[in-house]
Design a protein around this ligand. Structure first.
Ligand code: ZN
Length: 444
């Protein structure tokens, strides 16, 4: 297969080059070469080509019972978003805390071209009282452990989990949020929550746990991954930890980079997410920190919820929004269009767009892959490429969403950027923005 006519990401910037893709190899193609007979040609026509995206933070909802997502709908949403690989969280029903369930899920995901790496929980039933058998789970193949959805409250258990992470070469990912400080909160604690009379989740509910975990890992030197960071305090703590040489990796979500808590004014529950959308001041600080390389990866925190659950009141509806399909658009829109109240009404110059796009390829593809591989030795089985257009603008319609759940905050909102093609090994999953059904199931 050839990907033709695109500007190829070379780790720093972009150069015009064609790519020849075979099952497990990729090479650049010289100007004079013509494709051998029978080669499938993907026309990248002036668009941008780079490594397909990797998400360390997806909620598959498999197994589960609320009809919010299936493996089939999940991988289709991921493919349309340009993802070739994702880590599925363990807060399923039942929780993934046993070798048997871990193996069952791993087997059932293996049929898809999009790779799904199943995470295991850190504590049994995610109750925070007792560690899972990390050694047996690791022997069965588990390399990513998280109680995401909930914090690991007990510092002693967290320290032990970090010790295992170093010994076994696995990642322990934390949903940093103090349970007492966030208790009963529905949205960000600030001016807007006061105005609306809704109870808030303060930023320090996150940063106190970030501080604790970094301090534990200063001592332990395990493989700590801090998920979906969203506070000014966390930014300061990461800066300090990095200069002090404390090991950690960190994640920010597209929605925390693009949206702020004023969206909650209409009580639209698709903006109810945990950690909550923050103030405009914090959003801008997160965006600056992202540009300054402080966060290692963009994670979607794709969290589907069935319509009947999100149709409850703002107080009762569950936290979470879907994000796989829109992650690229949301992130490039945040980087290019959301500065200082300028929402993209003026022409943006190409070099600024290319700079932003290079950052996206580093944070959504290169770094998550590198972190996973350097800690655990796990990497994507075959090379995968995505073709994107960073300049087109469109507004997302509910009918565009292929997730079983439709709880996207971007419905009806104009965003920049689209995913044109996704190629995983020899499977074409997306071509000209449309799903290619034959590519979804792995033919190998
Ligand atoms: Zn979380």
């Amino acid at each position: 297969m050839w990907i033709r006519g695109g500007k190829l990401f070379d780790g720093e910037g972009f150069k015009e080059s064609d790519l020849a893709v075979s099952q497990d190899r990729i090479r650049k193609v010289g100007d004079q070469e013509t494709p051998p007979l029978g080669t499938r040609v993907i026309d990248a026509g002036g668009r941008y080509v780079g490594p397909a995206f990797v998400d360390l933070h997806t909620h598959s909802r498999t197994p589960g019972k609320d009809g919010s997502e299936t493996a089939d709908t999940l991988v289709r949403a991921a493919a349309l978003g340009g993802y070739c690989f994702m880590v599925a969280m363990a807060n399923t029903d039942p929780v993934v805390d046993s070798v048997d369930l871990y193996k069952d899920l791993t087997r059932s995901f293996a049929r898809y071209s999009v790779e799904v790496l199943q995470a295991a929980s850190v504590t049994k039933r995610r109750e925070g009282n007792e560690l899972v058998d990390m050694v047996s789970l690791h022997e069965a193949g588990a390399v990513f452990f998280s109680d995401d959805g909930d914090v690991i409250s007990d510092a002693r258990l967290m320290k032990k989990a970090l010790e295992y992470s170093r010994r076994l070469g696995v990642i322990v990912a934390e949903h940093a949020q103090d349970e007492r400080l966030s208790y009963g909160g529905v949205m960000n604690e600030g001016e807007i929550s006061s105005e609306l009379g809704v109870s808030g989740i303060p930023e320090d509910a996150e940063s106190v746990v970030v501080a604790r975990d970094l301090e534990l890992n200063r001592v332990v030197k395990g493989n700590l991954h801090l998920m979906h960071l969203s506070s000014l305090g966390s930014i300061e703590l990461l800066r300090h930890a990095r200069s002090a040489g404390i090991p950690f990796s960190s994640e920010v979500t597209p929605h925390h980079l693009l949206l702020n808590d004023s969206e909650l004014r209409e009580f639209n529950t698709n903006y109810k997410v945990n950690p909550p959308l923050r103030s405009e001041q914090t959003r801008r600080a997160l965006l600056r920190a992202f540009r300054a390389d402080l966060f290692d990866v963009v994670g979607t925190d794709h969290a589907p919820h069935a319509r009947h659950l999100k149709e409850r009141s703002i107080r009762e509806a569950p936290f979470g929004l879907i994000g796989l399909q829109s992650a690229f658009s949301a992130t490039i829109s945040a980087l290019v269009d959301s500065e200082e109240g300028d929402m993209g009404n003026t022409e943006v110059d190409t070099s600024f767009i290319e700079e932003s796009l290079a950052l996206i390829f580093r944070k959504m593809a290169v770094a998550p892959q590198r972190i996973l591989e350097s800690v655990t030795g796990v990497k994507a089985k075959v090379p995968a490429y995505v073709v994107v257009d960073p300049s087109s603008k469109s507004s997302l319609q509910e009918s565009d969403l292929v997730s079983m759940s439709k709880n996207s905050p971007y419905i009806g909102r104009e965003l920049r950027g689209s995913v044109a093609s996704l190629v995983i090994g020899e499977n074409v999953l997306v071509d000209e923005g449309r799903l290619v059904e034959e590519g979804i199931i792995n033919a190998r």
